[in-house]
Design a binder for this molecule. Sequence first.
Ligand code: GLC
Length: 491
Amino acid sequence: MSQPLRILMVASEMVPFAKTGGLADVIGALPKALRTAGHDVCVVMPRYGWIAPERFDLQTVVPTLAVPIEDGYDHAMVQATMVADVPVWFVAHDTYFNRDGMSMYDDDDRRFVFFCRAALELTKALDWKPDVIHCHDWHTAIIPNWLRTVLHDDPWFAQTASLLTIHNLAFQGVFGHRVLEIAGVPHGDFEVTEGTAPNDTVTLLGRGIYYADIINTVSPSYAREILDPDAGHGLDALLRRRRDRLYGVLNGIDGEVYTPSSDRYLATPYSPADLSGKATCKTALQAMLGLLVDATIPVVSVISRLTTLKGFDLLDEIIEPFLRTHALQLVVMGTGQQRYHDRLIELQARFPGQVAFRLTFDEALAHHIYAGADMFVMPSRVEPCGMSQMIAMRYGTVPIVHATGGLRDTVRDYQPRTNDGTGFVFVTPTALALAQALERALQLYADQARWLQLMLRGMASDFTWQAAAVHYTDLYQRAMAAHSADYERNA
Ligand code: GLC
């Protein structure tokens, strides 16, 4: 193994403490894999209102941490706990973080600038000097900006490189110029003026992209797609300028959580060597959701935010004719746009025993669906990585996906001639293309011998965090090399 590194992972959310999306899963799993690879990794995140010290055994490690903000100082308390063997530090500040939500507040600029600065000051207070600060999304993107400007001459950070991971370019942290005053960053040093960002705003993610030593997204395809104006959200010109520093690293899935043979939620575990349990999981799911219990009817599933961005309109457009003309059942779990809620409630009423909709996100039910369904539909218009398709494959549930971002990189389209592939992939995000993919899937389902081979190929796909940890180690080293080269140049 290469030289062990000290890595500070800074993020706004982490499983099991706080989750709005896949970012939380990544922060829950990647540090563990990096520890296993021998690195010294710590995570720092805000202590939101519901993260009760008793419940998570939080210990106060720094009672009062002075945090420079705007022209003065404010104070945080820092608490810590362990998740497996990963230390997690929490920045506590009642006014900023003791709230019901994580973000979408009017003072998010101040809240996250404060959090980020506290994360940096904390390393000094604990005398733990990181080789790399690994930042995630806009919430933490001010850090590379500081390291290259106001903290450039701080000897503590002289050797500290930065890596910025973009989980979704659509969320950029766009604020008024005030945010620069709060952060104590000079106004004129850099403006993201190209693209769609209005001129009088500051795009924190853009600043991170501009200043980070290395940048990555969560799949190779997405890293290419965002160089294009169509997917660049106004930052494509900047990304093209920095393309020699931009990489794509696929996320993994957590094998401890998602393995059908050891899944504690399942009544009947199963494995590629013995798939009989999957049929039992299927009839159990049908019974649980009030569907007609019949193992021969294909169950088509969706676990997703129910939004147009996730391509839910495409499914909405085609599903009714399919329900009328094909023996299939539809299972949907998730929340999102009201029109899709209304529509699914209506479909469930009109197709009793055939459609089940659960307007919620429930971890246990998610496991039952991954295990009990036959197909998993993910028509996302944009999907930087996506994890559900990988989980579905691991459970022998065949994905039907739009060829974008991480979906393109993880699912191989079924090839009848060579009998190869791991799912069904459609290239244009149209209702017709989705309908054709679903039709192909249903046809193959009728050929149970071939279907079984398709399932087994998916189950054999290897999406581990160990592989991602190897890639990230390479990026940390690149970031450190880039950092020292730039540092010497500017010395
Ligand atoms: C974001 C992306 C998703 C990705 C996740 C974790 O939520 O939309 O595609 O899987 O981040 O990186």
